[in-house]
Ligand binder design. Structure first.
Ligand SMILES: *Cc1c(COP(=O)(O)O)cnc(C)c1O
Length: 426
């Protein structure tokens, strides 16, 4: 990867794309001609392999082999097999991670398990601690777990300079953080935060929604306790793809609270009493959505395809080159229009997205960009967000996107009333 991008112009971007060792990976996706897709952090694009594979799962496996497919095509093992693939992306071991349910549901399982473990020895620990600006579902679920267990959810504002030690104490049972912030793209130091949680006597739960497949993650090295993550963002699993859950082997004996029959040690014995499966299989609940699993499998493969070209290290290097360039190119535009780039300029604490806050009209700016074929997204209250995914984003895309941002702001076209109308999904 080229370190010093020198003076950037469009020609230079084209040269960087020509020299990009990861460039062949773009062919693994169905990219729409003329569209600059900078929203893979919200919904990864369709992998080229997915339609045929899902078609096969429908016509051959479901259509022809019918219920026999649970055995013939190993449907039952799919959640664990995909889980083992994702494990390689997040520093987890074999059979420690499984694909199941949604991120929200998995959070309920791991938070409850963590609370049970801590409270067994230290029942006076009464708080789950999370960040006020964490993704709302994480807070809602943490609140559900708190309500169900007689605890309180304490929301904190972390000063990155001060770290987290100051906000943890002997009332803290469990700390729940999202590794990469969905608005700003700021990334926590996983090892350091986990160490602080443990030093305070608490367990550490990580949400990897904006990390898995996007940045290097090493759950084992960080000695984290539990993690969950999302299948439809950087893992390209498709809309509503199932999520994943990881449990440190030292906690695998702890049962999770949602006792479904697929978490039973032997579902087909149909016993009236529940006996949890040993290990991560016990984190399943109901029947896995096979068609969605098959699509997620293809999505995860697009990330693993980078192994041939330097793997996560190469992805990270290109991701940082893309986001650094975007931040740099946004500087003069920001100065002219009062935008504030809220993504850290320091690479080591940056995920794989760049966001700016706009003094007014962030939503309309994003809509005007979409009308021009540059797809980012808006997040409340004033954030425009752009995912830079090294698997398929080109340097020239970044250049062209900034040209469009500049044009939308210089011309004031974002003020047109048609860009103010809000849809249900932003
Ligand atoms: C996207 C995202 C989720 C999604 O949760 P679902 O249950 O899959 O809808 C959860 N947490 C964070 C931090 C996210 O970014």
């Amino acid at each position: 990867m080229v370190r010093d991008t020198g003076r950037i112009d469009r020609q230079r971007c084209i040269e960087l794309d020509r020299a990009d060792p990861l460039a062949p990976l773009r062919a693994h996706f169905t990219m729409i001609k003329g569209l600059i897709y900078l929203d893979g952090n919200s919904l990864g694009p369709l992998p080229s392999a997915t339609p045929a594979r899902v078609q096969e799962a429908m016509t051959v496996e479901w259509g022809r082999d019918l219920i026999g497919s649970w055995n013939i095509h190993d449907w039952m093992q799919l959640p664990g097999r995909i889980g083992n693939k994702i494990a390689r992306l997040v520093g987890a071991g074999e059979n420690e991670l499984i694909v199941a349910d949604s991120t929200s549901v998995n959070l309920f399982k791991v938070l409850t398990a963590a609370v049970q473990i801590v409270r067994r020895d230290t029942p006076d620990r009464t708080e789950i601690v999370s960040e006020r600006l964490n993704f709302p579902t994480d807070l809602y679920i943490a609140e559900s777990v708190a309500l169900a267990n007689g605890l309180t959810l304490r929301l904190v504002d972390i000063d990155p300079e001060e770290g987290v030690d100051a906000v943890l104490d002997d009332a803290t049972a469990v700390v729940l953080f999202t590794h990469v912030d969905y608005r700003t793209g700021r990334m926590h130091d996983m090892s350091s935060v986990t160490r602080s949680a443990h030093a305070a006597g608490a367990l550490m739960v990580w949400d990897l929604a904006h990390s898995a497949g996007a940045v290097p993650v090493d759950l084992a090295a960080a000695e984290a306790d539990f993690a969950v993550g999302c299948g439809y963002k950087y893992l390209n699993g498709g809309p509503g793809a199932p999520a994943f859950v990881w449990v440190n082997p030292r906690h695998l004996a702890e049962p999770q609270p949602l006792r479904g029959w697929l978490g039973h040690v032997s579902p087909f014995e149909f016993t009236p009493e529940y006996r949890p499966a040993v290990g991560i299989l016990g984190y399943q609940c109901g029947t896995p959505p096979i068609l969605s699993m098959v699509a997620l499998d293809c999505g995860v493969d697009t990330v693993l395809a980078a192994d041939e070209y330097g793997g996560m290290d190469a992805l990270r290097a290109k991701s940082l080159a893309l986001t650094s360039m975007l931040i740099e190119l946004l500087e003069p535009v920001s100065a002219a229009h009062g935008l504030r780039v809220v993504t850290p300029s320091e690479p080591s604490v940056r995920g794989s997205q760049v966001s700016f806050a706009a003094p007014e009209g962030a939503y309309s700016i994003v809509q005007a960009l979409i009308a021009r074929g540059v797809v980012g997204d808006f997040r409340m209250p004033d954030i425009a967000r752009f995912g830079c995914v090294p698997l398929y984003t080109r340097f020239v895309d970044i250049w062209d996107a900034v040209e469009h941002i500049r044009a939308v702001l210089d011309s004031g076209e974002w003020r047109e009333p048609r860009f103010a109308a809000r849809s249900a999904v932003t």
